[in-house]
Design a protein around this ligand. Structure first.
Ligand code: AMP
Length: 210
């Protein structure tokens, strides 16, 4: 059983890295952002209540987030473990998490702010199957079309300059302090995110001893 949290600024590639790790080690990838995007797209009650907050790049209220994470982990479909992506995002969420769960390691992907904007603003997502693309690093073969399912590629609502500014500011003010909380008791591995995605993955595995 392996239980990890993956952290890093928006656009550092944590979703991609979490998926690569999850696929090879049978971990359940739990992305709070994906759960929120799915809820908005499918017009659920939760989706309606968070739509404006998410599209502005602001953080959703802690009690909603804690409830989502708690319910998702209560499914207990993670026989081989899980990787939590995008949570905890502030000290209060970290306190809730550490009171209720334990983890093996925190993966912290480091990336300078200057590179983040270029990466995030060139991000695209398949509107049908949810696959990620990037117009610089992982272009689709045909413009605006998913290579796998043929769905239309779109930018995330919150991948615009204004929302990105809010998310970067939140990351520095609220999410970075979470690392200090984890550092007291947990193993943190720091990984350079500004390199080819396979090298990032190799560095993660080597530092986790996988
Ligand atoms: P992400 O895909 O991780 O970038 O998350 C997309 C959006 O979902 C964020 O900009 C927030 O609006 C919301 N969100 C995701 N995770 C959290 C969290 N742990 N706490 C609060 N809001 C979150």
């Amino acid at each position: 059983m392996r239980k990890y949290v993956i952290m890093g600024i928006q656009g550092c590639g944590k979703g991609t890295q979490a998926k690569l790790l999850a696929a090879d080690f049978d971990l359940v990838h739990i992305s709070v952002g994906e759960i929120f995007r799915w809820s908005v797209q499918n017009h659920t009650k939760l989706g309606a209540s968070i739509k404006r907050i998410v599209s502005r790049g602001e953080l959703v209220a802690d009690d909603i987030v804690a409830d989502i994470v708690h319910k998702r982990l209560a499914d207990h479909d993670w026989n081989y473990g899980f990787i939590l992506d995008g949570f905890p995002r502030n000290p209060r969420q970290a306190a809730f998490f550490l009171e209720n769960y334990d983890i093996d390691a925190v993966i912290n992907i480091e990336m300078p702010d200057e590179i983040v904007a270029q990466r995030v603003l060139s991000r695209r997502l398949c509107s049908q199957c949810g696959l990620d693309y990037n117009l610089f690093y992982h272009r689709p073969e045909k413009d605006d079309t998913c290579d796998v399912c043929g769905g239309q590629l779109v930018a995330r609502d919150d991948d615009n300059e204004e929302a990105l500014r809010a998310r970067i500011a939140d990351f520095h003010a609220k999410t970075k302090p979470v690392l200090d909380i984890f550092a007291v008791k947990e193993l943190i591995v720091h990984v350079d995110g500004n390199q080819d995605r396979d090298l990032v993955q190799a560095e993660i595995r080597s530092k986790l001893g996988l």
